[in-house]
Design a protein around this ligand. Structure first.
Ligand code: ZN
Length: 321
């Protein structure tokens, strides 16, 4: 299993700004960083980072470099990838695909529009690759969008036409490729408003994008993401899979059904505890001080960004966006 986590939001130096004393208010959004500043904050080495590749099923691989996990399906019909990281990594990704027996990319499915999962579209724009995404993700890619990571923010630039998905869907789409059915499914706003889970029915594996991370998830509450949506989406995926399904996270190590179930249990418990505090008038600093995630911190790491964005999604006081 993959040992290297490239969780972009946790690699950032997250400096939580003091929240105002009044109830349910958040922190001011920081001035946007440039891509280079962001890359430095994440500790990304654009030049020297290699692609690590792991075979998880026959014809199905997970590639780790900079940004989100890429799933690669290689077979008789060609190559389908799920997510494409950043353009700087694409030559290395394509070289690895060749090593795996493929020749270029036929289909690229974006789990969502965030730069560390979809900016590779920019490098595929001049190729024959067909890009697929949920309709809301395509819309987000069409304009400059601010992502508030709390302590650091990034204004993701609009994509040119060639980097935009040419096939979109609202709820679901089926591909029949390399001898199996591949279901691309959307279950409402979760991490963002345009998330997709890609289920390889024959391989019995699912790529969940950033709806599921092995660390604490980032919820893009400034752009319509919510803890309630994250729970609902994750539960809907659980209904679609079985106990032998491999679960590929947006960032982190490949897990199984039980890992997704434990993740949902954690989300539900944190949400309930936080909601009780909010109903008693707790502000963000009080919620952060309560250490609601103490039982999972050893396994999942720093929860401050997760707590911040969960709080904002529960209070619906998006004062920073
Ligand atoms: Zn994301």
């Amino acid at each position: 299993m993959l040992s290297k986590s490239t969780c972009w939001f946790l690699c950032a130096t997250v400096v939580l700004l003091a929240a105002p004393a009044s109830s349910h208010e958040g922190s001011k959004v920081p001035a946007p960083s440039s891509f280079n500043e962001l890359s430095t904050a994440f500790g990304w080495d654009l030049k020297n980072t290699a692609i690590a590749s792991e075979k998880i099923r026959d014809g199905l691989f997970v590639l780790v470099g900079l940004g989100g996990n890429i799933a690669v399906n290689v077979g008789i019909d060609g190559v389908l990838i799920v997510d494409d990281q950043i353009p700087q990594m694409m030559p290395k990704v394509l070289a690895e695909i060749t090593q795996l027996g493929g020749d270029g990319v036929d289909y690229a499915v974006n789990t969502h529009w965030h730069f560390d999962h979809a900016d590779g579209n920019l490098a595929l724009a001049s190729s024959d690759a067909i890009i697929i995404a949920q309709a809301n993700s395509r819309r987000m890619m069409q304009s400059n969008t601010l992502i508030n990571l709390v302590g650091v923010s990034y204004l993701q630039p609009a994509y040119p036409d060639g980097a935009l998905p040419t096939i979109t869907f609202d709820d679901s789409l089926q591909l029949h490729f390399n001898g199996q059915q591949i279901d691309v499914m959307h279950f409402g706003a979760a991490h963002t408003t345009g998330d997709a889970a890609i289920i390889f029915r024959g391989s019995n594996a699912v790529h969940m994008g950033d709806v599921y991370n092995t660390a604490y998830p980032f919820i893009d509450a400034g752009n319509g993401g919510s803890i309630d949506g994250l729970i609902a989406f994750s539960r809907a995926v659980l209904e679609q899979i079985d106990e032998n399904t491999l679960v590929i996270p947006g960032h982190g190590t490949v897990g199984q059904y039980a890992d997704l179930k434990n993740y949902i249990d954690m989300l539900v418990e944190v949400r309930l505890k936080m909601l009780a505090m909010i109903n008693q008038g707790a502000n963000l600093n009080e919620v952060l001080a309560a250490k609601l995630t103490a039982d999972w911190d050893a396994e999942r790491g720093d929860s401050s960004l997760f707590i911040n964005r969960t709080y904002m999604s529960l209070t619906h006081k998006l004062v920073d966006r």
